[in-house]
Design a protein. Structure first.
Length: 400
């Protein structure tokens, strides 16, 4: 009797433990599906997309591409409005976007690849690889500080001006100058969103891999994942003939109308490849990247990151250091933190946006990710209400 009772208790404990354990990541490959197939309400999702149809109709935004996926099924992929009003070109699902700071999770992934190969450690000091950092101002900056915006840098621009020697340099020559400026506060003690920190990470990728940054990203991330429309500079070889698929970027209005501040064929924002931004991609390509993270670092049989490296990247690393993101860029409140390339909420959702109008978030508890890509960064954007409706579509769909 006692043995049977103990066995029953052991079985019950095992069952409860199994229920409490997180779901094992699966290697889901993206395909199209219907909302109801993955427990989402089509009507509520249509209402979410309608927010952007109405925004474009009002002139708040010039155009948008929206993509929503759950459990590996893309249930919404819609293009709205124009990618170039002056040329009368419609927004398309395959439109190429300037991703700006949506590049940062990709750069963090590149660092993670090198960590997995024991070519660098998160606790390594930048001075071990960049001689100009070997001084009392920059000598204590670790790789993890650069990833989490806790380096102590307070440089407000992408790079220092004027360029070194008064002429355009490259990523290595310009990053070397950051070490001379150094940290304003002790590394690891405060959060301040900082582009030079990520440009330094790009320099480290080049130094440790022996490849130019854009080549490393192509060889180690884009090509293995099948991200065939992802590049790292606006004019690089005219994007293999795809430059016409890019949208114009609308930064301001003139006489009430949006005017393009950058058009396909214009000079790039920075005349050399950088790591704080610069990625060019489509919604579908970026969806593959997000699904790889949801899968625990693998996609379509190709492992990009170890699962433990993914978990470290989407953990609130700043809170581990005792640093709050309160008031910081991308913060969702005092309890939000920054991981390695991601803003992370207390509930475990991770996200990033770009200053040219792109935004994506991942909710691993729901096996969900969604993105809204625009190139009207200054326009009123209903992203908050959109996220609420996407979540509501699951709650409503699960009651069907």
């Amino acid at each position: 009797m006692m043995r049977n009772s103990l066995q029953r208790r052991a079985l019950l404990a095992a069952a409860l433990l199994a229920l409490a354990a997180p779901a094992v990541a699966q290697d889901r490959t993206l395909s199209t599906g219907k909302p109801e197939d993955v427990g989402m309400s089509p009507g509520v999702l249509d209402g979410a997309v309608a927010l952007y149809r109405e925004s474009v109709a009002r002139g708040d935004l010039v155009g948008a591409v929206i993509l929503i996926a759950r459990q590996g099924k893309v249930v919404i992929h819609e293009a709205i409005g124009s990618r170039n009003k002056e040329a009368n070109l419609p927004m398309e699902k395959s439109t190429l976007f300037k991703m700006a700071s949506n590049t940062k999770p990709v750069i963090a992934t590149g660092i993670g690849i090198l960590v997995d190969r024991n070519q660098i450690r998160y606790t390594d000091l930048a001075r071990q690889y960049i001689p100009s950092f070997d001084n009392y101002r920059s000598g204590f900056i670790q790789v993890r500080h650069l990833l989490t915006h806790t380096s102590g840098f307070r440089i407000p621009t992408l790079f220092l001006a004027p360029p070194a020697g008064g002429k355009v340099g490259n990523l290595q020559t310009e990053v070397a100058r950051f070490g001379e400026v150094g940290a304003v506060v002790a590394p690891g003690t405060s959060y301040a969103y900082n582009n030079p920190g990520y440009n330094t990470l790009g320099s480290l990728i080049e130094l440790r891999s022996g490849k130019p940054l854009e080549v490393f990203l192509r060889d180690e991330i884009y090509t293995p994942l099948g991200m065939v429309d992802s590049y790292h500079m606006e004019t690089a070889d005219k994007l293999d003939g795809k430059l016409s698929r890019m949208g114009a970027v609308y930064y301001q209005r003139k006489d009430g109308q949006w005017v393009p501040g950058w058009k396909p064929g214009d000079p790039p924002t920075v005349p050399f490849v950088r790591a704080s931004g610069g990625m060019i991609s489509t919604a579908w390509d970026y969806a593959i990247f997000l699904q790889m993270y949801l899968n625990g670092g693998v996609y379509n049989g190709k492992r990009i990151l170890k699962e433990e490296t993914v978990k470290a990247g989407i953990r609130r690393q700043t809170l581990d250091m005792g640093v709050s993101m309160a008031g910081g860029a991308g913060s969702d409140g005092d309890e939000s933190g920054y991981g390695y390339g991601w803003t992370v909420t207390p509930e475990g959702q991770y996200s990033h946006g770009g200053s040219d109008g792109t935004f994506a978030w991942v909710d691993p508890s729901r096996e969900l990710f969604a993105m809204v890509f625009t190139q009207t960064p200054a326009g009123p954007n209903p992203i908050g209400r959109f996220r609420q409706l996407v979540n509501l579509s699951i709650e409503t769909g699960s009651r069907r």
